[in-house]
Design a protein around this ligand. Sequence first.
Ligand code: ADP
Ligand code: MG
Length: 476
Amino acid sequence: MTWEAVIGLEAHVQLSTKTKLFSRASTSFGADPNTNVNLVDCGLPGVLPTVNREAFYKAIRFGLAIDATINQTSHFDRKNYFYPDLPKGYQITQMERPIVLGGFVEINVDGIKKIINITRAHLEEDAGKSIHDADPNNSLIDLNRAGTPLLEIVSEPEISSAKEAVAYMKALHQLITFLDVSDGNMSQGSMRCDANVSIRKAGSQELGTRTEIKNINSFRFIEKAINFEIKRQIRVLESGDKIIQETRLYDSVKDETRPMRTKEFANDYRYFPEPDLLPIVISNEEIEEIKNNFPELPKHKKIRYLNDLQLSENDAEILSSTKSLSVIFEELLNTGNNAVLAARWLVGDVSALLNKDQIEIEESKLDAKLISELLKNIENNTISGKIAKEVLEECYQTGASPNSVIESKGLKQITNTNELQSILQDIVNANPEQVNQFKSGKDKLFGYFVGQAMKATQGKGNPELINKILRELLAK
Ligand code: ADP
Ligand code: MG
């Protein structure tokens, strides 16, 4: 029997607002525990939430980018449950009338395009964090994250494989980072997802019973968790058992999913409209303002890079789809660097260094200013491309400026014609045999002389000049 998988994802994206969804406390990451907390976030009696409109603007920006309907009047609901890291005893979320309805995201798996429809995207507050491993006798609570704005993006059950799920999450990640909706930092929890997985007989239209894998926080784990779960469900059904609708946890160490709670123990959240907040009404003027300040999306960026800047297909694709590189590239353009050269170095040598250490450019010692200085040195012939690689590597390791590396290591290119002329004359004089062979038609030997010249100048001879002078000397 062949089975097919049906997957629907609930992605949680932390919005990059300065303050929380209902309070003035900061959302900055990495602060000391319980310092980004005010009375509203602790759920003290008598305090009232106020809505952070910026969170709505970011949600709307996302909605517009996926061609969704924006509910200009939406409201919050209370989702009641008890947990130590939720001091109010309820989470404020949008159940009945979310801000974003419908829309779609396009994915591309192995060259095949597919549309994944979005059911809805709603705003809600995050909970705090329980810490179980810091103290041997107690669980600790950090409320810094409590009240941080989240956009929960719910997909239709239209994803058919773990690979498609990853492609979908990557497409979302690209959108939210380019739209400045979120920093998208997955290791800091800015984007995570719950994966709903079921299987059915190939070709069947009915949905099977699903399980929900909670809180997966990396692309790799999404793929592994879903693949494990699909195989497990096939095993269960083929052995004649039934799938139990339940929530499961993915254990990345054992690479398996395990039950958390079944439907019988599921919470009854007793949703009702949040009485402390009026419905949120977004005016036409506000929507217009958002549209007028819309960031450039990757697909439009790519067209511009191809048509206006004449980048290669590969460079345009990479620079328009990776937010961090795109930001640096735009800064390099703004500081007057040659677009094709800048693109070639960013996609080539810079990316190679970053990939080796598996980091993003903002986590490295490189920045636009440093790279710009390097490129200027290449453009004005101070250093050759080959030496530039060496300089870049040094700057990447130490954070030193290219100028200081070139200066201290004496890497300046020899562009002095007289100086090169005398070095090259020596080489010609020292190799009469090769000169004769070259003159009698062995053209390949030209490379031999260039090699000798590079050796003699320790790679610092200007390649064009060397070529030119050598041609002249050998023609004599
Ligand atoms: P809940 O709120 O209980 O999590 P929803 O009906 O809102 O449930 O669905 C949540 C997610 O589960 C959605 O992304 C949806 O596409 C997905 N989903 C629903 N039914 C199935 C199913 N049978 N198999 C796979 N995914 C499903
Ligand atoms: Mg769910």
